[in-house]
Ligand binder design. Structure first.
Ligand code: URP
Ligand code: ZN
Ligand code: ZN
Length: 488
């Protein structure tokens, strides 16, 4: 066994090993190298010298020539999400089935309260669905409006393992929160060891821009990019950083779509704030030329896709270390839903399906295409999402004791993404026809082989709701630090 990389019971030859992944290159956030992964009772037992004998007669997976990575952790995934008049089309089984085909073995969903519903009730309703999943899931709560019950609700939620709270500075009459609510929620969570995760777009700038676009008759899906300007995102990020700094509260920015927004967060981090950036796959891979094509509605998301130059500058921050995580912002609408009000982006459903394509498109564009180290890929897509969500080291690593969620990746195979070949509950993918390099070949969830060679080999839902650990403070494991790379 490698020093420090063997679990209890792995040394005497008597451990009940039930699966061994042999001959691959293990890729963790901080290192990679040849190792065999011993699995026992759903967990990683040891990372062993290649060829080390395994007690008993365990199943074996031949991973020769493959990367053996912790299963992906998607920090931003909407399941059966209702917004305005639309509900996205998947349930937990469908979403997690697509996730595992794409190498993701943990999703973090959102419990967005419906009008009049308490945030805690929204969490308890959504949490009950976790057992329908093929893989495990966690939840972000959501606060839209302050009232005197919020501190107690947040206290109960953190004690119950929901430590992150989504907030929005946009979507008036839906989920938008005012600055007082954001400040108080941040301060409350700071004292509880939790964190606000926030969608930043300055709503006043957006509504004003949209009104001008509408007056010019340019408010349809093809006009999406100009209806939500980059300036709205940077202005809102600056304001929210100021609130967080005034409260010394940690903050995580979801789906940052521009280098300027990322750099504001990085500068705050250098001043000592615990501030983190998430980018999502479509902002890192696709650009606003998609709105000029035959199906502009299929690409309507908030923030919108940006010009190619902005995509390049954003992507550079995967290399600089300034981006903390990569999510999908998965929203499983179909073409009919996207088309039904596509003449007015103010009322059509926002969001793109992507839980299954997040890892392949990012791996292809950045690891295969631009030389991003595979270790950094694992950090961005598995380890850091687990850390900022209080799930590490149970998820996001293959160190002994972690859940045996493993993506065995063929790094060289080339294939073409088509919606027919995917498993999401929709009729399209934003990446239709894209040629990519690398894909998950075998996916193990909790020690069970669930996907092998493109087939579902175990369809039994065994998903669990994952209680998150407090992110910092007395008794917390210290997973939330002041570097974008985070410490263990
Ligand atoms: O366009 C998006 N991103 N829709 C989903 C909701 C959100 O803002 O994350
Ligand atoms: Zn959002
Ligand atoms: Zn989202």
């Amino acid at each position: 066994m490698f020093p420090g990389r063997s679990g209890a019971g792995a040394d005497g030859g008597h451990a009940p090993v039930d699966l061994v992944v042999r001959g691959g290159t293990v890729v963790e956030a901080g290192w990679s190298g040849p190792a065999d992964v011993f699995v026992s009772a759903g967990r990683v037992l040891a990372l062993a010298e290649p060829g080390a004998p395994a007690p008993g007669a365990p199943d074996e997976i031949d991973a020769t020539g493959r990367l053996v990575m912790p299963g992906g952790v998607d920090p931003h995934c909407h399941v059966g999400f209702t917004s305005g008049d639309f509900t996205s089309l998947d349930d937990y089984l469908q979403c997690t089935t697509a996730a595992v085909f794409g190498g993701t073995t943990t999703i973090v969903d959102f419990a967005i309260p419906r009008p009049g519903q308490a945030p805690a009730d929204a969490v308890y309703a959504q949490r009950a669905k976790a057992e329908q999943g093929l893989c495990d899931s966690a939840l972000h709560a959501c606060v839209t409006e302050w009232d005197d019950t919020i501190p107690d609700q947040l206290g109960a939620l953190v004690a119950d393992g929901v430590v992150t709270v989504k907030m929005f500075t946009t979507y008036r009459d839906e989920t938008m929160a005012d600055e007082d609510t954001i400040l108080r929620t941040m301060a409350t969570l700071r004292d509880l060891g939790g964190m606000v995760v926030i969608h930043c777009e300055a709503n006043h700038i957006i509504e004003d821009t949209q009104a001008h676009c509408a007056a010019d008759g340019r408010i349809g899906a093809a006009d999406m990019a100009r209806t939500r300007p980059e300036l709205a995102e940077t202005a809102s990020v600056a304001e929210i950083l100021a609130i967080a700094e005034s409260q010394r509260a940690p903050v995580y920015f979801v789906h940052q779509s521009t280098a300027e927004a990322v750099e504001l967060v990085a500068a705050a981090r250098r001043r000592g704030l615990r501030a983190y950036t998430e980018s999502v796959a479509h902002h890192l891979v696709l650009d606003d030329a998609m709105y000029d094509g035959e199906h502009p509605e299929r690409f309507v998301c908030c923030p919108p896709l940006r010009p190619r130059d902005a995509v390049s500058r954003l992507g550079r921050h995967l290399f600089t270390g300034e981006i903390t995580t990569i999510g999908s912002d998965h929203c499983c609408y179909d073409t009919a839903q996207k088309q039904s009000r596509s003449g007015d982006v103010r009322v059509m459903p926002n969001g793109l399906p992507g839980v299954e394509t997040r890892l392949p498109v990012v791996f292809s564009a950045y690891v295969a295409g631009m030389g991003l180290p595979a270790t950094r890929f694992v950090e961005l897509t598995a380890a850091n999402p687990a850390r900022v969500n209080g799930l590490y080291p149970r998820k996001g690593t293959l160190l002994p004791g972690a859940d045996a969620d493993i993506a065995i990746w063929d790094p060289t195979t080339e294939w073409t993404i088509t919606s027919d070949g995917l498993h999401m509950a929709t009729d399209y993918t934003p990446y239709e026809g894209m040629r990519v390099t690398g894909r998950p070949e075998t996916v193990v969830v909790g020690g069970r082989i669930v996907v092998q060679d493109g087939r579902l080999t175990d369809a039994t839902p065994r998903g669990r709701h994952l209680p998150a650990r407090r992110l910092y403070g007395p008794g917390a494991p210290g997973s939330l630090g002041r570097s974008s790379a985070l410490s263990t």
